[in-house]
Structure formats: C-alpha cells, structure tokens
Ligand binder design. Sequence first.
Ligand code: C2E
Ligand code: CA
Ligand code: CA
Ligand code: CA
Length: 280
Amino acid sequence: SKEKGRNRFSRFAPEMLHEEQWRLQLLHELEKGLAREQFMLHYQPIVDMASGRTVKAEALLRWEHPLHGVLSPGEFIPAAEESGLIVALGDWVFREATRQLAEWRHLAAPAFELSVNVSPRQLHASEHAVQDWLDWLQQLALRSDSLTVEITEGVLLDGDQATGAKMLALQGAGLKVALDDFGTGYSSLSYLKRFPIDFLKIDRSFVSKLPQSQEDRVLCSAIIAMAHQLGIEVVAEGVETREQHIFLRGQGCDYGQGYWYGRPMNARSLGERLQAEAGQ
Ligand code: C2E
Ligand code: CA
Ligand code: CA
Ligand code: CA
C-alpha cells in the first residue's frame, strides 16, 4: 500500500541519500570517463554451430576506471540510462564497434559480422541516431547488413511509438535485429508478431541446466522449432559445456555464444582468432 511505501521510504531515507550521492558521483565519473577514453569494447565470439566457425561477435562494453578497475556494464549502464548519458555512450559504442568491424572485414574476414547492444532508453532518447548511424556506416563503406542491433522487448514496453518506428527504420535500412534474452520477459511472443526480427537469442537461463533438465530441453527445442517456422535464426547464449553445444546443435540451433566457444576478449585477441581461422 501507499502507506507502507511511505514508511519504508522514510525508514531508508539516509541510505537513499547515500545512494543518491553515489549516483551523482557516478554520473560525474561517467562523463569524465567518456571524455578521457576510459571505455573499451570486448568482443565475444558467436559461432556457427554446424561449421564451428566464428562468424560474428557481440560487442560488450567495459569501463577501465583508473581507481575501481574494470567495471562491467551492469555497474554503470543503469545510471547512464537514467541520466541520458547512455545516448553519448551508445554512440561511442556504435562508432567504435563498426570501425573495428570494418578493419576485421578488410584484414581477416570479409563476411564477418558484429552485434551491438542498444538499450530501449538509448533509442528513446536519441534524436538523430538512426540517420547519423546510417551516414557513419556509409563513411566506413560498411554494408548495413553486417551489423546486428540487439534489443530487449523493453524497446516496446518502455518506449513509445517513435521508438518502435526507429527500430523499423534501422531494419528498413538493412540492419539486422536480434531479440535479446528471449524468454525472460513477458511479451516475447507478441513481440515476434509485431517486429520482423532476424535473430532470437535464447537466454542463458534456459541453457545452463541443459542437457539434464527435461523442462529446459523441451523449451529450447520448442523455441528453435518455432523460430525456424517464422524464418528467424536462433543464437543460444551462455553455452558453457560441450554437452550443451551438442544438444543445441542437434536441435538445429544456428549459432552459439558462451564460454565454451570463447569468453569476451579484447579486439586484438579476436583479430588473431579470425586470422587463425582464415588460415585454416
Ligand atoms: P547480454 O547482452 O545478455 O550479454 C551477455 C552477457 O553474458 C555478457 O555479460 C557476457 O560476458 C556474459 N556471458 C557470455 N557467455 C557467458 C557464459 O557462457 N556464461 C556466463 N555465465 N555468462 C556469459 P556482460 O559483458 O557483463 O554484459 C552484461 C549486459 O550488459 C549485457 O547482457 C547487455 O545487456 C549489457 N551491455 C553490454 N554492453 C552494452 C552496450 O554497449 N550497451 C548497452 N546498452 N548494454 C550493454
Ligand atoms: Ca546482448
Ligand atoms: Ca543476452
Ligand atoms: Ca542476458
């Protein structure tokens, strides 16, 4: 009830003040970090299950903080989203990832692709993102279909019509769209109807207990079959063991991502991996 909420609020007020101070401090640090180039991208291989080749990677943001060490996105993305700084940060991710992709395609793997995460708030808040991004791709002479945008269903839940329109504009320009963390939200299925998505990423929570869990075996097989009937390719996330890989491949899963194939790594390491595979 409201009454209860108010009591709780006043009881924890001092703590919340502390949290508020921490948030402001974090925002200040984020802005400084962006200006001082403390952010970097790691890349996690996405493997074609049938051939075993690294055909794609997901760009994952890291913050090399001078005092706190390497921070993962969960530690700062929420604050960046709340403040609107996610727009500048997201633009940086987009430019850095695509610059790197153009280099890899040029030097090692002409058909290599990249996935970037785009948060609902980012899409909601960016005024010009779509056209700016398309211009940028053109400057890099990068085919728009070499890039996948990973979104969660929050794009529709939190966002408005304009946000949905931006998604459609990206797809219209040829970028691919992946529905991230599939199965964890409550509108995943209706989303499939409303958006012509290209990939569905089965959330790690459905993969981690494979192949022992009978429920998860059934769910994964059903998701893969359904996606394929809708013309959508499937990426399994969080594949950590050979048994999980074998089971999912056996079910016709198209791509795998997880520690079994490789942890997120810096650009140089992924470049070396691509060059080694190209030489095989
Ligand atoms: P996500 O999109 O679901 O990314 C996958 C996360 O799972 C990554 O965590 C990755 O390191 C981790 N992971 C990959 N394989 C395995 C595995 O086999 N086992 C386990 N236990 N974990 C695995 P990370 O890098 O900490 O990223 C967390 C989340 O932060 C991402 O989840 C994504 O939602 C968000 N994020 C990352 N980079 C960006 C970005 O540039 N922009 C935005 N808006 N969000 C980002
Ligand atoms: Ca993702
Ligand atoms: Ca995911
Ligand atoms: Ca996830």
